[in-house]
Design a protein around this ligand. Structure first.
Ligand SMILES: [Ca+2]
Length: 199
């Protein structure tokens, strides 16, 4: 995949994640905080002071499809049946994000552990980009492409997930993880696995 293709992919996924965040924030009151990605937005949807305006959909069908003015109910988002004409309501990135921790929670976790986790596992990428990639990607290969990882960090990332799956913190301690962070690291990586991230 060329850099141009990667950027296009990233842009498309940012839009998807933003829309999901906007939707959840409006309907459930900031249950999911994707607000840091809202610089890429649909021009007719605005979110100010936690209130949405410009969404043309009715309250009982608040989810707006991407390439048509079709509105659907929340229960129909990621229910394995495409209701949007372009299948937007069943797109993998959207449905991955629906099952995962929020970007805000992930970014807070990454920033807290930034001194060791970013250089060891993510090749020095920004916590925001890493959080975003972990929320929308289907597997570690996709994370690697979005983040731009080198072979060593790719190997470390895989090893980190294996350490969590086997309950053995020693590989992570070798990568620089402070002992007291083990519980948080286990918790967050497990949430990603439970949210369908293939490792
Ligand atoms: Ca659907």
């Amino acid at each position: 995949m060329t850099l141009h293709q990667k950027m296009r992919l990233l842009g498309r996924q940012e839009i998807i994640v933003y829309l999901l965040g906007l939707l959840c924030a409006c309907v459930y009151g900031m249950k999911v905080d994707f607000s840091r990605l809202r610089q890429i937005r649909r021009p007719y949807i605005e979110k100010r002071n936690n209130h949405c305006s410009g969404n043309p959909c009715e309250e009982d069908k608040p989810f707006l499809c991407r390439s048509s003015p079709t509105c659907i109910a929340l229960e129909q988002v990621c229910d394995s049946i495409p209701q949007c004409p372009d299948g937007f309501d069943e797109s993998p990135a959207l449905c991955n994000a629906k099952k995962r921790p929020s970007i805000g929670d992930l970014e807070d976790f990454l920033i807290k552990n930034e001194h060791w986790i970013i250089p060891a596992l993510f090749n020095g990428a920004s916590p925001e980009l890493v959080a975003h990639s972990l929320v929308v990607s289907s597997d570690l290969e996709e994370v690697k492409l979005m983040v731009g990882m080198d072979p060593q960090s790719e190997e470390n990332l895989h090893e980190a997930f294996m350490a969590v799956l086997t309950g053995d913190e020693r590989p992570l301690l070798k990568m620089g993880m402070p002992q007291e962070e083990w519980f948080d690291v286990q918790f967050m990586l497990n949430r990603l696995i439970e949210g369908g991230l293939q490792v």
